[in-house]
Design a protein around this ligand. Structure first.
Ligand code: MLT
Length: 277
C-alpha cells in the first residue's frame, strides 16, 4: 500500500502486476478489496491500480463540498474524479489508462472521462448507469445520509446485501455475502453520508458518454437489481464504440461473484481494442 497526499487528504492505493495500467474504482459503500481477486487474475499482463476513494477503506476522510440545501458535508463524483487524476499525477503516471468503475465507481469514471479525456485509453462501466437519480431514489440517499451516526452500519449491510447478490451467490456462496457485509461494516459513516449526498446530486452523463471516443465496455450481472441489464444495454448503445456483456448468475457485485469471468472479459476487451501499431 502507498499513501499519497491528494487535494488536502491522504489516499491509500494498492497495486498488483506490471504492464498497461488499469485503474479500478470501487462502488458504494465499499473499498478496493472488492477487486482484489480480479486484479490478481489480470496482474500477469496489467498494472492494476486499486485506490480507496476519499473516506473509504484505508483513505482518510475529508469532505470537499457542502450540500447547499442542508449545509451538510458532501463529496461529489467530480471531486472523487479529481482525486484520481491527482493520484495519477502523484504516481507520475502520464500514459493513458484504462479506467474501470463499478456502480458509484462508474459515475466517477464518467466524471473522469468528462474532465480528463486525454488520460483515457479505455472505459469499463460495470453495473452502473449514466443517468441521474429519480426524485424517490434521490430522497432515499438523503435519508440514508441523515441516518448515519444514528444507526449501526449493520442495518445498512442487512438491507443492502440481499439486493447486491444473485440468487445463486446467496444460496451457494455465503462467503461472498459475509465479505460484502464486513466490507460495508468497515466503512466510515461520515464518508457514507457525504458520498450518498454526492450521488444524489450527480449529473446526467449521457452526453459525456456520447462524446467518448475511446472503446467502452458496459457489463453487468444478469440479476443486477440497482443497474439491470436493460439499463446497462441502453447505456452501451450511446457511445460510438462499445460492447455490452451480461454475466450469468451474477448480481451487482460481478468482480466478487465471478472474478475470473470478469477478469477475462476485461482482458479480452483490452487486448482486442488496443492498437499495437
Ligand atoms: C454502488 O454499488 O456503488 C451503489 O449501488 C451505487 C448506487 O447506490 O447508485
Amino acid at each position: 500500500m502507498q499513501t499519497i497526499s491528494v487535494n488536502g487528504t491522504q489516499l491509500a492505493i494498492f497495486e498488483q502486476g506490471a504492464g498497461p495500467i488499469v485503474l479500478f474504482i470501487h462502488g458504494f459503500p465499499f473499498d478496493h478489496t472488492m477487486y482484489d481477486q480480479a486484479a490478481e487474475a489480470l496482474s500477469d499482463s496489467f498494472r492494476c491500480l486499486l485506490p480507496d476513494l476519499r473516506g473509504f477503506g484505508k483513505s482518510e476522510y475529508s469532505a470537499t463540498s457542502v450540500d447547499l440545501e442542508t449545509g451538510t458535508p458532501l463529496i461529489s463524483m467530480a471531486d472523487f474524479a479529481a482525486d484520481l487524476a491527482s493520484l495519477l499525477a502523484g504516481l507520475q503516471i502520464t500514459e493513458k489508462i484504462a479506467l474501470c468503475g463499478l456502480s458509484m465507481g462508474g459515475y466517477i469514471a464518467l466524471e473522469f472521462a468528462k474532465r480528463f479525456p486525454d488520460q483515457l485509453s479505455h472505459l469499463i462501466l460495470a453495473d452502473t448507469k449514466a443517468t441521474p437519480d429519480a426524485p424517490e431514489a434521490r430522497q432515499k440517499r438523503l435519508d440514508l445520509a441523515a441516518s448515519m451516526g444514528k444507526t449501526d452500519l449493520s442495518g445498512v449491510a442487512d438491507a443492502m446485501v440481499p439486493i447486491l447478490l444473485s440468487q445463486r451467490s446467496r444460496r451457494e456462496r455465503p462467503e461472498i455475502g459475509n465479505f460484502v457485509r464486513a466490507m460495508i461494516m468497515g466503512q466510515s459513516p461520515r464518508a457514507i453520508a457525504a458520498a450518498s449526498r454526492g450521488m444524489a446530486v450527480r449529473s446526467d452523463m449521457t452526453e459525456v458518454l456520447r462524446q467518448t471516443r475511446v472503446p467502452v465496455l458496459c457489463l453487468c450481472g444478469e440479476e443486477d437489481k440497482p443497474s439491470p441489464p436493460d439499463v446497462v444495454k441502453a447505456m452501451s448503445e450511446i457511445p460510438e464504440c462499445s460492447r455490452f456483456e451480461v454475466l450469468p448468475d451474477c448480481g451487482h457485485m460481478v468482480p466478487l461473484e465471478e472474478p475470473g469471468a470478469f477478469a477475462e472479459l476485461l482482458r479480452n476487451f483490452l487486448h482486442e481494442t488496443t492498437s499495437h501499431s
